[in-house]
Design a protein around this ligand. Structure first.
Ligand code: SF4
Length: 279
């Protein structure tokens, strides 16, 4: 049986919010009987874009991570619901029945992702239903996927074995795997949000003038073992990414055939720009 999955490429998300707006347009003031009641005008973010700013000036980047109901295969919200209020469809989608879930606020608390929103007026828990009502009418993809101008969202309906192959081949990750809920929303390039970088700029005196040094070899080590190696670019800048936050002390060796090497110690809490390294 082919099931729906969503792949979010963090590198492609530019925070345009078009996914959020398409959901607001589809559900605000619109009833979809059997699927969901209307979304309230304020307070709900069925697609919620997280943001992480990394580094210090002049080396700063920002990653955006759209989050939503993960349509988990082992969904704690289902376990917390009573009277079949939540259904796992054969196509993988998790639907909170707007009538049966009335008054069941415990469903909101049961979701470890905070993906369920409480509709105070209607007294129902609500989450993004992957536009199941449209897919059931023959739509090929949900509206947020259509609306994203950078192609950061991709929906695919495939056998589980195929998505597992993609997970391995493309290094896809899920948010908080420690929850053990088997999400159907996968992330590409999540390291841009969840991991750290260390960067710097290499310069040297050449004929009495401070110049950027290109192609300096930058070696990052921890406890005497090589962690990563890179080169400075045309502006002398280097950046080594995908490091664990709060991972402690590292040593950076910067070398270039025309200059003496330089060593810099850095303790990584969050992403760090070590400044200029003068050879
Ligand atoms: S993300 Fe939350 S609401 Fe969605 S299926 Fe998983 S546990 Fe349920």
């Amino acid at each position: 049986m082919k099931k729906w999955n969503l792949i979010v490429d963090v590198e492609r998300c530019h925070n345009s919010n078009n996914c959020f707006l398409s959901v607001a347009d589809e559900y605000m003031d619109n009833e979809h009987p059997g699927y969901t009641t209307a979304m309230p005008k304020h307070g709900h973010h069925w697609i919620n874009i997280l943001r992480n700013e990394r580094g210090q000036a002049p080396m700063v980047d920002v990653a955006y991570v759209p989050t939503m109901c993960n349509h988990c295969d082992d969904a704690p919200c289902m376990a917390a619901a009573t009277g079949d209020a939540i259904t796992k469809r054969p196509d993988g989608l998790v639907i909170i029945d707007p009538d049966k879930a009335k008054g069941q606020k415990q469903i909101v608390d049961a979701c470890p992702y905070g993906a369920v929103w409480w509709n105070e007026e209607k007294e129902v828990p609500q989450a993004w239903i992957f536009d199941a009502h449209l897919l059931d009418r023959g739509w090929k993809e949900p509206r947020p996927v259509q609306a994203c101008p950078t192609g950061a969202l991709k929906s695919i309906q495939v056998e589980d074995a195929e998505i597992q192959k993609m997970v391995e081949e493309q290094n896809l990750e899920v948010l908080h795997p420690e929850h053990g809920t088997k999400p159907r929303v996968y992330y590409k390039n999540l390291n841009l949000y969840s991991k750290c970088f260390v960067g710097g700029s290499v310069i040297a005196d050449i004929d009495g003038v401070e110049e950027c040094i290109e192609r300096a070899v930058v070696l990052l080590s921890k406890d005497g073992h090589k962690v990563a190696e890179t080169w400075s670019d045309a502006y002398g800048d280097f950046k080594i990414d995908d490091l664990e936050p709060d991972s402690g002390a590292y040593e950076i060796e910067v070398s270039h055939p025309d200059h003496p090497s330089k060593y810099v110690e850095v303790t990584l809490g969050e992403s760090t720009y070590v400044g200029t390294v003068k050879l």
